[in-house]
Design a protein. Structure first.
Length: 119
């Protein structure tokens, strides 16, 4: 992840070592962090002062995927500002825009031989 190290793992109960969040938690955190930043950016651009900003994201499992994701926000501003602020944030949130677009995902794998395997 650029110049940052980031450990992703699974709980011990499913064979992981529990040294980091599981991929589904990282997925939900990506949505929450991007939407939080989008709200903050949109508020700042419109001159709205947010006294507080909290975004929680919950996913509903449906087999090996999420069937839905709920983004809940608590914003410290005038209630009349909420609809346009959320609309602005939805326009600039890369993560939610990517998910809503029905992104094409391709998998390309190959084998790599280590120096040990070549001998």
């Amino acid at each position: 992840m650029g110049e940052f190290n980031f450990t992703v793992d699974e709980p011990e109960s499913v064979g992981g070592t529990n040294l980091g969040p599981q991929p589904t938690d990282v997925f939900l955190a990506s949505i929450a962090s991007c939407f939080t930043l989008a709200l903050s950016y949109s508020a700042q651009k419109r001159g709205i002062v947010l006294r507080n900003l909290q975004v929680d994201v919950t996913g509903t499992y449906d087999g090996p995927r999420f069937s839905s994701v709920l983004i809940e926000g608590k914003l410290g501003c005038d209630e009349a500002e909420l609809p346009s602020l959320v609309r602005d944030a939805e326009r600039v949130c890369y993560v939610t825009n990517t998910l809503k677009s029905g992104i094409d995902i391709k998998v390309d794998v190959s084998t790599t031989l280590s120096e040990f395997d070549k001998q």
